[in-house]
Design a protein around this ligand. Sequence first.
Ligand SMILES: Nc1ncnc2c1ncn2[C@@H]1O[C@H](COP(=O)(O)OP(=O)(O)OP(=O)(O)O)[C@@H](O)[C@H]1O
Length: 222
Amino acid sequence: MANGTLLRVDAVEKTFHGADGPVPVLRGVSFTLDAGRTLALTGESGSGKSTLLHVIGGLDTVDGGHIRLGETDVTALNDRGRAKLRRSRVSVIFQQFNLIPSLNVASNIAFQARLAGRYDPDWTADLAARLGLTDHLRKCPEQLSGGQQQRVAIGRTLALRPELVLADEPTGNLDEETGEAVLRLMLDLVAETGAALLCVTHSHSLADGMERKLVLRRGQIA
Ligand SMILES: Nc1ncnc2c1ncn2[C@@H]1O[C@H](COP(=O)(O)OP(=O)(O)OP(=O)(O)O)[C@@H](O)[C@H]1O
């Protein structure tokens, strides 16, 4: 497992401009995450958790501050640079799974790794087996249960072997029992790849499964 600080979030600011004027969502957020470590991000609805995840993952830009992933200043990257980052180093698991409906399970799992030129058939097959998906590889996502679809999304992320996994309420669409099982599997597999994990959650039991916990309150770390 790699050592040292992987992610450095420094005084990050983000304001949205709505019909009723500016909405400051992130107001000077700072924290670090070491390589291979797990961190839960909690906070009330609307506190800015998803926004923070999106700017870290390069899905959106900041208005102030810096985000560094290793030696890379994510906040200095242009659209192309951020897209490249998402293809290779950072991968997001969303609550809504975001699978590609026209591709079967095997192709969904391999998708990101193939794009990054990092497809390893043995690792992908191993992942599918560990995720209990071996009998479903030829099916389309719509033929799977929610828990199975989320396991495909986890497989797709880990097939890439990213340095950082960002998970936004990964079990929010699942019943509690399924959510717990999927989460445990995700934590085990993330630990095996040596990736760091930043996981947004409302669930206390999920947050308790992580090494550290941060609370976002009104756009700042409480
Ligand atoms: N694209 C956008 N345009 C305008 N306002 C936005 C946009 N995205 C988010 N917001 C606002 O920013 C605030 C924070 O939203 P965000 O989704 O980051 O919160 P959250 O903590 O993830 O909430 P939840 O737990 O409900 O998912 C909210 O007030 C939201 O309405």
